[in-house]
Each structure stands twice: as C-alpha cells, then as structure tokens.
Ligand binder design. Structure first.
Ligand SMILES: *Cc1c(COP(=O)(O)O)cnc(C)c1O
Length: 385
C-alpha cells in the first residue's frame, strides 16, 4: 500500500490548547466541572442560544443523558434513521427502548420526514434525528409532527456544530441536542461532547444526571448544605484537561467552520462537471440551512464504482471512505429494533456514498490533488468504455 499522503481527517491544534491545559494543572483542579468546563458551558449557551449546555465525555454520553431525560423505558419506541452511527440507537436500547428505523431522503441523506406517520405506533415516545454532514433535517415538519403526537425531539447534532436551520443553531431546535468533539469532528477535544437542553425543568434534571444522579451542583452553589442521591444518573462530565483543550478550540471555532465550508465549496465547484455529466451526485443544501461543512460526499452510480474509486485514490495515497453500515439490517439492529417498511434509499446510499478527505488544515493544493484524481479517474473510465 503506498504511503498515505492525504488522510481522511487530521486532528489539529487551534492555538492555546497546551497553554490552557497547563493553566488547569497549575490551578490544581483536574476533575470535572471546574473553571474551564463552566467557561465552555457558558460559551455554548451564548453562542448557540441554548438554555443549558453541559459538556459530556462524548456525544454518546450526551445521547444517553437524552434517553434518560426523555424518560424512556422498556417497550417504548424511538423513530430514527437507520443511516447513522450506532450511538444514536444504543443510547435508547440501554433504557430498554426499541429503535424504529425509517428511510432517509435521497437529497440530504437525512431522516425522511414524510415517513414519520407510517412509523408511528402506540408506544412511540420520541424522534431522534441526525443532521447528516451538518445539513439540517426538515425540523419544522418534524417538530410539528412531534407536537401533534406528544413526542420528544432529540437531535444527534454530532456533525452539526455551528450549523444553522432557519437561523437557529442545530442542537437547539428540538428538546435535547447532542454534540460531539471527537477528534474526527469539526471542533475537537480527543473524546468529548455536550448536551444542549431547551426546557427549564429538563435542564434542572440534566444537571443531576450529569453528576452521578446527585445535587452536587446545587451544593457547590450553596443552595443545599450537603449533596445526596436524587435520581438515576452516571458520570457524564469530562475532566478539566479536556475542557481546557476544548476552550482553545472554541476560541477559533468560527475560523475552523469557515475553512471547512470553503473547502466544501471548492469541492463542489471542482466536481460539478461530474454531476452535469450524470456520473455522480453531489450534496444538496436546502434553503434555510447553513452547513457546518462536516462531510463532503459523492454518490456514485454503483457500488462497484465506489469500490474502484476508493481503491484508485488509495493507490495515490489519498484516503476516501464509505459511511454507515445500515443499522436496520445489522445483527443488533435486527434483534433490538424494527424497520418501518423497506428502506431502499438507505440500502442504496450505504453502498454508493463516498466521503472525500476534509480537515481544517487541508491546503487548497491538497484539495486540488484529490479533485484531479477523482476527475481523472472518471475521464479514463469514460474513455475506456
Ligand atoms: C461521531 C458521532 C457520534 C458519537 O460521537 P462520540 O463523541 O464519539 O461519542 C454519534 N452520532 C453521530 C451521527 C456521529 O457522527
């Protein structure tokens, strides 16, 4: 295998990470909920317009908190896309609830809101949406549907940090939003995430779940004279070293997002001929959506084409990747969930979607090289046929 010259993603320092970490060490507070965690929480609340934000050790942890807060139990059902990461489903399954998998829209690869009605059952309690690549789901329709049927809306916004839907930050449109700062995401802290809460009553409970089910936070604020076990919880908070790293990334988050959006725009412009010639489909951005620029993908015409293009790029030292093996047909998905009918778009997309390299420090020249290789491969393939 030739040496990898252009990775798929690459962790990076935005500026003051090591400085803030040494500050945390000097301050002598390394466990959770210290000065950096509070700064990060406040930054998220102010920047995103969230009523309450709580850093978590991962988006997976934030989703588990959301499942607890939504009060889901055995036999309850949660409608979600099958085309997603396993954590979206696991969080609810851990509470004994059952994922009901619906198909995605062929344009955005987001949950198809027109299929909600057919997936609804007497035990449906929530809808969990995923904003694929950082492009918003049809939240107006989804939230209206949820209101009519008394369902919670939980946003897996792992891809969608700083993305917007009709002017609102994704992750703050539903009842509960979950962010990821895993090193493969846009803004990073190695492992990391956050829960965003809109409802005041849920916000108070979130604080308790976060701190092992205790009112330790109220104790720190001097509201009670000792803290005690209030309800089921766990340890969802990150340590201060993680929060210190993240604070440095937050300070550059606007610049990081702008760069990723610019890289996506360059990909789109350079690869537009493929779409014009009917060789591949590029991502869609519906009106009212401002993307986070998390993923740039191509939909190839056939699975064999994707495999051959990935192999060609790898030969040239470029890593391109497929995405999501559908959950509805996975061993655990079959056992623990159910599919709402056929999912033809999910089945097709999971076999034809190809993600191109995209990272903050990617140069214009690197992006140009990837495009040259992709366009060259299609041109040679055409000439040969
Ligand atoms: C990355 C990701 C997660 C999990 O995030 P972690 O922070 O690694 O737990 C969940 N859902 C989606 C859609 C993701 O892309």
């Amino acid at each position: 295998m030739p040496e990898l010259r252009i990775p798929f993603a690459r962790p990076f320092l935005a500026g003051k990470e090591l400085h803030f970490i040494s500050q945390a060490v000097h301050d002598g507070h390394l466990s959770g909920d210290g000065a950096f965690t509070r700064r990060c929480n406040r930054w998220l609340e102010e920047t995103l317009g969230a009523r309450r934000a709580l850093l978590t050790h991962s988006c997976t942890g934030a989703l588990e908190m959301a499942a607890l807060l939504a009060g889901l139990g055995p036999g309850d059902e949660v409608i979600m896309p099958s085309f997603t990461f396993v954590s979206t489903a696991n969080a609810f399954v851990l509470r004994g609830a059952r994922p009901v998998f619906v198909d995605i829209r062929p344009d955005t690869l987001n949950l198809d809101e027109r299929l909600l009605e057919a997936a609804l059952g007497p035990r449906t309690r929530a809808v969990a949406v995923v904003h694929y690549g950082g492009v918003g789901c049809e939240m107006d329709a989804i939230c209206a549907f949820a209101r009519v049927h008394g369902l919670r809306v939980i946003e897996d916004a792992a891809h969608a940090f700083l993305a917007r839907y009709r002017g609102r930050a994704l992750g703050t449109v539903g009842d509960l939003g979950c962010l990821s700062f895993h090193e493969t995401k846009n803004v990073i802290s190695g492992e990391g995430g956050a829960l965003l809460v809109q409802d005041e009553a849920l916000a108070a409970r979130a604080e308790i779940l976060w701190e092992k089910g205790t009112n330790r936070r109220a104790f720190f604020r001097g509201e009670v004279d000792k803290y005690t076990w209030i309800e089921v919880g766990s340890s969802f908070l990150p340590g201060e070293l993680t929060a210190a790293f993240l604070q440095a990334q937050f300070e550059q988050a606007g610049r990081i997002t702008e760069r990723r959006r610019a890289l996506c725009a360059m990909y789109r412009e350079r690869l537009a001929p493929l779409e014009e010639q009917g060789l591949a489909t590029l991502p869609r951005q519906p009106g009212g959506c401002e993307t986070s620029g998390h993923v740039f993908f191509l939909l190839t015409r056939a699975p064999e084409e994707r495999a051959a293009l990935i192999a060609h790029l790898r030969e040239r030292g470029i890593l391109a990747l497929s995405h999501y093996v559908p959950l509805h047909s996975s061993p655990a998905g079959r056992r623990l969930g159910r599919a709402a009918g056929e999912l033809p778009v999910t089945d097709r997309v999971s076999e034809t979607v190809l993600r191109l390299p995209l990272y903050f420090e990617m140069t214009d020249a690197e992006l140009g090289e990837v495009c040259d290789e992709v366009l060259g491969w299609y041109a040679r393939r055409r000439a040969a046929s």
